[in-house]
Write a protein that binds this ligand. Structure first.
Ligand SMILES: [Zn+2]
Length: 635
């Protein structure tokens, strides 16, 4: 968009006399910003698929743990549009060493070397790669190598794994990190099928977001994969390590390091039930198998919905299935996100708002309404707290990311505000009507990437026009395009939380001792609500009493511990500091790590402590988490 603005100015100056009436609207003005397949303009990609589009990628990779690189080829099948005659192929890359580009006009039988140009890197977007391709060529092969610091890959030494014997590598391509390990049209609007041949050191198992063979326990150092459904590039994913597999049902299972396998299989025991519950609501699961890869603790996110193989943080293994809404969330993406995908990162709420809403529905179907209510209350409260400190422009679902890294759009807004919007529609038209609407939406847009505008059109035709007295497009506009939460936002209520509030009040006014709180049977969610309800300046005396009664510093549940450690920092509760350091040096999940460092950095002593801890922790973090903490600590 910025580029567009400048070129408009330039043309206006040069051609002012001719263009002043029509200005930038003139059709004579070339539109420099690329367009995706869906016709949307994606400001986070250099690709021009409306001219030359990549349809399939065949990867041939050599994974080197010594060099911390992937090297090999990406063989791209392309399609040229009528208006794309004579146009080069434009790809996205970041920190890739491009050795060679070749083209083939006879389906790969013979290859001719092609000219290519790698642009100077942009800090956010990386380097555009332009390859000259004759009009009759349908294949382009790029020979390349990744950088050891590729933003989408993490390389772990054996010491950084649970087993301590073998190295480990995994990818995380969302939002725009696929380009750091594949030269590709890296926009969620450009769907591709892919295959991969992967060479690894012997003894390691490779898995990908594709058809994996759960019977394949052999580790010959060579693997092949195929994804036959067209997916956005951010869903291409790989994991290589000392992995074992355990089936959970005929079509679900878990991969992880051998020492974590039983624990993970127990925690994920309800996965098949969740798949069945979601199918009942929104139609058949369309991806074949649904397996999970439970990663080492440095994985920067809670989960990543890589198709057929969700990547998940081990911090969800609480021992009591209390944090499995994370699985419900990643599974929900098999419909919202993977089947129907946001066309650009502005439309990210179409992925995450829908997914969070479906997550609540799965939790309700499998674990009951009370648990779903609790999760909704917690989510809404979290959103309100976040919004209180947020720039209004970031509170918009259809967020403007011009000039920004799409990773900055990963706030609670697309998730929780998006889900509350859908919940609001559900309450307006009734659950049955809304369920049919959503099922129809997934069928209508299956395997497509769509924009917010397309969603609005569909919503108007299929909901607003049918329920004219219940849904107004003005209201829809307010939800999607305006900051803040509309006055008609749903107010979830949890009966269980009301009881927790009573106990909290009695303890705060000194009517009961901490040990008399009815916390013995509290669920994780009730604990989170209790801790969230305490005043920010609780004071070390009350924290000491709570800790003595419930050993919160050793909670063992990552969500509870995180909340407790945040309070410990805010109240300078010394006894929790050793655990804080242990937590920050063993877990790299950004959702925990970034707020803790932010809280520490608020005081000079805290900042000093943060810097000491970060000096030890940084090398174990994923590049995405490193980038966030670097920013917080001003590195
Ligand atoms: Zn998600």
């Amino acid at each position: 968009m910025k580029k567009y603005f400048y070129s408009c100015i330039w043309l206006t100056v040069v051609l002012a006399v001719f263009l002043f009436l029509t200005g930038c609207k003139s059709t004579a003005v070339e539109e420099p910003a690329p367009k995706t397949e869906s016709g949307a303009r994606d400001i986070h990609s250099y690709s021009e698929p409306d001219l030359v589009k990549v349809k399939n990628v065949d990867l041939d990779w050599n994974v080197s743990f010594e060099k911390k690189t992937i090297s090999g080829t990406a063989d791209l099948s392309i399609e040229r549009s009528e208006k794309g005659k004579g146009a080069p192929l434009k790809l996205d890359t970041r920190d890739l060493k491009i050795e060679k580009a070749e083209t083939s006009s006879d389906e790969g039988k013979t290859w001719k070397e092609a000219e290519f140009k790698l642009a100077e890197p942009d800090k956010i977007l990386g380097s555009g790669l332009t390859v000259t391709v004759p009009d009759d060529a349908a294949r382009v092969k790029i020979t390349y190598e990744t950088s050891p610091s590729a933003s989408g890959l993490q390389w772990l030494s054996p010491e950084q794994t649970a087993g301590k014997k073998q190295p480990y590598m995994f990818s995380q391509a969302q939002a725009i990190h696929a380009r750091s390990f594949i030269p590709i049209q890296d926009s969620p609007g450009n769907r591709v099928t892919y295959s991969a041949k992967v060479k690894t050191p012997e003894g390691l198992l490779a898995v990908m977001s594709a058809e994996n063979n759960p019977e394949g326990t052999e580790r010959p150092g060579e693997f092949s994969f195929k994804m036959t459904k067209a997916i956005p590039p951010y869903l291409i994913a790989i994991g290589v390590g000392d992995l074992a597999f355990k089936g959970l049902s005929d079509r679900t299972g878990v991969y992880t390091e051998p020492s974590m396998l039983d624990k993970a299989a127990f925690e994920l025991g309800d996965t098949e039930k969740m798949v069945e519950a979601t199918e009942k609501l929104y139609g058949k699961y369309r991806w074949g198998r649904y397996d999970l890869l439970v990663l080492p603790p440095s994985f920067p996110f809670g989960g990543m919905e890589n198709p057929e193989l969700t990547f998940a943080t081990p911090t969800m293994l609480a021992g009591d299935k209390s944090l499995v809404s994370l699985v419900a969330h990643e599974l929900a993406h098999s419909w919202s996100g993977n089947l129907v995908t946001n066309a650009t990162w502005r439309d990210f709420w179409l992925n995450e708002g829908f997914t969070t809403y479906i997550e609540w529905r799965i939790v309700e179907a499998v674990y009951g309404k009370e648990r779903a209510d609790m999760e909704m209350v917690l989510a809404k409260k979290g959103l309100e707290e976040e919004m209180a400190k947020q720039d209004p422009k970031d509170q918009v679902l259809h967020v403007d990311l011009d000039g920004r890294d799409p990773d900055e759009g990963f706030t609670g807004v697309p998730y929780t505000k998006g889900a509350l919007f859908l919940r609001h529609l559900e309450l307006a038209v009734g659950r049955d009507n809304f369920d049919s609407f959503l099922k129809g939406y997934f069928d209508h847009f299956a395997f497509q990437s769509i924009t917010t505008e397309q969603f609005k059109e569909y919503l108007k035709a299929n909901l607003a026009d049918k329920f004219t007295d219940k849904v107004s497009m003005d209201d829809v506009e307010e939800w999607i395009e305006k900051p803040g939460l509309p006055a008609n936002a749903p107010v979830p209520v949890s009966e269980a939380f009301l009881k927790v509030d009573e106990g909290l009040k009695e303890w705060m006014i000194g009517k009961i001792e901490a040990s008399a709180l009815p916390a013995k049977d509290w669920s994780t969610q009730e604990w989170l609500h209790f801790l969230g309800g305490l005043p920010a300046n609780l004071g070390t005396e009350k924290m000491t009493k709570l800790d003595a009664a419930f050993a919160l510093t050793k909670a063992g549940n990552s969500e509870i511990e995180f909340k407790w450690l945040m309070m410990a920092v805010a109240n300078n509760y010394e006894p929790a500091y050793p655990r804080l350091e242990e937590f920050l040096t063993s877990i790299g999940r950004r959702k925990f790590v970034a707020p803790l460092f932010t809280e520490l950095a608020k005081t000079p002593e805290g900042k000093k402590r943060a810097e000491e801890i970060y000096a030890k922790a940084r090398q174990g973090y994923h590049p995405i988490t490193q980038a966030s903490v670097d920013k917080i600590l001003g590195k």
